[in-house]
Design a protein around this ligand. Structure first.
Ligand code: FDP
Length: 413
């Protein structure tokens, strides 16, 4: 595809300047004291034997122990996302190209975390003034900024051929000079209606198999069509899915198709550090997360299901608890860790609900399944759905296996 044509496909907004507080490294005083003590005992142990008195000899023994203890505690050993990616590469689970794409996404998430954290201070709250996006939703300043950040990081990785974002009307082909093959779908800032109140938001992403078919030398329409065909793949083809939650801490949760891992951003070191090894969603969990304001518009099976969760007689006197942030990443993250169900069913107004298949429901369902849970529309597995359009919506029931199956049972009876 000619460079000019590729550039025409591109639709990223102008880059904005960002600033972030310079992180300061601080060690807690007990740690400093411990290190000082270890250093003193090591010095004592290094004196010639003749010069040592009994006390010094005791210190020598202690020194060995102290050295061992400090080492064994591994308090300064960080298992970072970069280390993890290298290990997975070494095991042959991903190649270096894919590791580069994931790294570039993690950089985007760090930048967005900084922008979100300073939004109130840096006048980044409020609407962008760009009007509505393709979803008919008004774009917030941070929606536009986060989209820019994601697009730039992916472009600069040199490993991405096509990107599809919630904030772009159509998939975007990366300019030939920066282009690679991977297809990346993402929602740069999900839950952004919460952002001005400082409530949790997140980014969601999925990576698909490399494909050459977008490289069509022909007219613009043909190229665009090829891009759309490439992007519209069922979730079961995903190679990688993940999200980053921007909250009291910033956590990136990731699967490469072999379990689910969580990495928390260490603000002092500026790295995502492995904190959640092989996450498993509990099989059951008595928490539901639905926008019940839509109850009157739900169909009968969904209403009956919801009524049943709230019936104390059914659950030994204690009905389910409701938790709803209204921010998919936050609600899903809690569900993944505590168990339960997150649901956004269709209703009389929006028969397919609100959430988007490609960059919300499919990546989250891949993560849920990899953690031993489920992602369903209530009638079918989300990962089996063949998308027909980029911004397609589907109902989503996701979380603990038994809870999602229970919801499905209301459609079977
Ligand atoms: P938002 O519109 O704030 O971006 O998919 C978008 C989403 O948020 C989800 O993050 C969230 O779970 C859902 O919409 C909330 O929708 P309701 O306000 O209808 O509950």
């Amino acid at each position: 595809m000619a460079l000019a044509q590729r550039s025409t496909l591109k639709n990223a907004a102008a880059q904005r300047t960002r600033s972030a507080a310079a992180p300061r490294v601080a060690f807690s005083s007990p740690v400093v004291a411990q290190l000082r003590q270890a250093a003193q005992t090591v010095r004592a142990a290094q004196q010639p034997a003749a010069q040592r008195n009994v006390k010094a000899q005791a210190a020598a023994v202690e020194a060995t122990q102290a050295k061992t203890e400090v080492y064994n505690k591994s308090q300064f050993e960080l298992y970072t996302l970069t280390t993890w990616l290298l290990q997975e590469q070494r095991k042959g689970k991903i190649d270096s190209e894919l590791a580069t794409v994931i790294s570039s996404i993690s950089l985007a998430c760090k930048q967005i975390a900084a922008a979100v954290g300073r939004s109130g201070i840096s006048s980044l709250t409020g609407v962008a003034g760009t009007g509505e996006n393709v979803q008919g939703e008004e774009q917030k300043k941070l929606d536009v900024i986060s989209n820019d950040i994601f697009c730039n990081c992916l472009r600069m990785s040199g490993r991405t051929g096509v990107i599809a974002s919630e904030e772009e009307a159509t998939p975007v082909a990366v300019e030939e000079t920066d282009s690679g093959n991977y297809i990346v779908v993402f929602d740069p800032l999900d839950g952004s209606s919460n952002i001005d109140a400082g409530i949790s938001v997140g980014s969601i992403f999925g990576i698909y198999e490399p494909s050459e078919t977008c490289m069509v030398d022909g007219d613009l329409d043909q190229s665009l069509e090829a891009c759309i065909t490439n992007v519209c793949q069922p979730g079961k083809n995903l190679l990688v899915a993940g999200y980053c939650l921007y909250s009291s801490c910033h956590t990136m949760v990731l699967t490469i198709g072999d379990g689910v891992y969580g990495f928390t951003l260490d603000p002092y070191v500026g790295e995502f550090v492995l904190t959640h090894n092989r996450i498993q969603v509990p099989e059951v969990g008595k928490i539901y997360s639905f926008n019940e304001g839509n109850y009157a518009m739900w169909d009968e099976p969904t209403k009956k299901y919801m009524d049943s969760l709230k019936d104390p007689a059914k659950w030994g006197g204690k009905p389910y608890s409701a938790r709803y942030i209204g921010s998919l990443v936050g609600d899903f993250h809690r569900t993944l860790l505590y168990g339960g169900i997150y649901g956004y069913p269709g209703d009389a107004k929006n028969k397919n609900g609100k959430l988007r298949l490609l960059y919300e429901c499919a990546p989250m369902s891949f993560i849920a399944e990899q953690a031993g849970g489920m992602g369903s529309t209530g009638k079918e597995r989300v990962l089996d759905i063949q998308p027909t359009e980029v911004h397609q919506r589907v109902p989503l029931m996701i979380g603990s296996k038994k809870e999602v199956e229970y919801y499905e049972s209301f459609y079977k009876n």
